[in-house]
Write a protein that binds this ligand. Structure first.
Ligand code: CTP
Ligand code: CA
Length: 223
């Protein structure tokens, strides 16, 4: 059994995967969130375990559960996810930032429930930290960093831009234009770009199968 484990391609490697949405509080009862289900992140985490890696999932609010044995850290906000990811990052060989992190959060969080106004209510939002970009700045020579790009238009250019700006080794483009792709579905359609900006287009498949394709692309560049 131990010998089988040792023969797995990611034996001895540590990996971190972020999954799900983040919730940004408005007041004690409300938040700003998004439709991310966490399915893709957990599918990737499970696949990394199957390949022999020691995996930690940083999970935003999601009902998703891992099927494999792994470590899980639950967080709610982008700020909490930033702290969890940053603290673990120095110890891991492979990081996959799959979470749909909020780009903005309410500038102030009301301590009491906000009462209905006479007319409109204006919420002021401030930017959150780009966790992936921050990890990209801290990345060392032998760490692999993978990001996602969720796009609706001019998708290839935006995806390549994210790969370069955030210092990634791979970017997984998730185009919302493709049928069977996206948040709630059990299937996904992806295109992967590597650092040389070489493109691999994949068919629509189950998120479990997509996770295998992403991990295979990681195995190809592993140091
Ligand atoms: N990401 C992150 N921290 C944020 C926002 C995004 O780590 N505050 C990560 C996501 O997990 C994903 C990648 O950045 O891996 C790209 O996210 P995406 O929303 O597609 O791109 P953004 O850079 O946020 O740009 P935009 O939303 O304007 O397209
Ligand atoms: Ca974003």
């Amino acid at each position: 059994n131990n010998n089988i484990k040792k023969s797995l391609p990611l034996f001895g490697k540590k990996a971190m995967v972020s999954a799900g949405p983040t919730y940004e509080a408005i007041d004690p009862v409300r938040f700003i969130g998004n439709h991310s289900s966490g399915k893709m992140g957990f599918a990737i985490a499970d696949e990394l375990v199957r390949l022999g890696a020691e995996v930690t999932v940083i999970a935003g609010p999601t009902a998703q559960k891992a099927t494999q044995t792994l470590k899980r850290i639950d967080v709610v906000s982008a700020e909490e996810m930033l702290h969890a990811c940053s603290s673990i990052f120095p110890e891991v060989d492979i990081t996959i930032m799959c979470a749909a992190v909020a780009d903005y959060r309410p500038k102030t969080v009301a301590t009491q429930k906000i009462k209905k106004q006479e007319n409109e209510l204006v919420l002021q939002l401030e930017k959150t930290v780009d966790i992936l970009a921050s990890l990209g700045r801290d990345k060392t020579e032998n760490q692999i960093l993978v990001g996602f790009a969720l796009e609706t238009n001019d998708e290839e250019n935006y995806a390549k831009g994210k790969l370069e700006k955030k210092n990634l080794d791979l970017v997984v483009l998730n185009s919302l234009n493709d049928k069977g792709a996206g948040f709630k579905a059990d299937t996904n359609k992806i295109t992967i770009f590597n650092k040389a900006l070489e493109r691999t287009i994949f068919e629509t498949k189950s998120k479990t199968e997509v996770a295998k394709d992403i991990c295979a692309a990681i195995l190809k560049i592993i140091k």
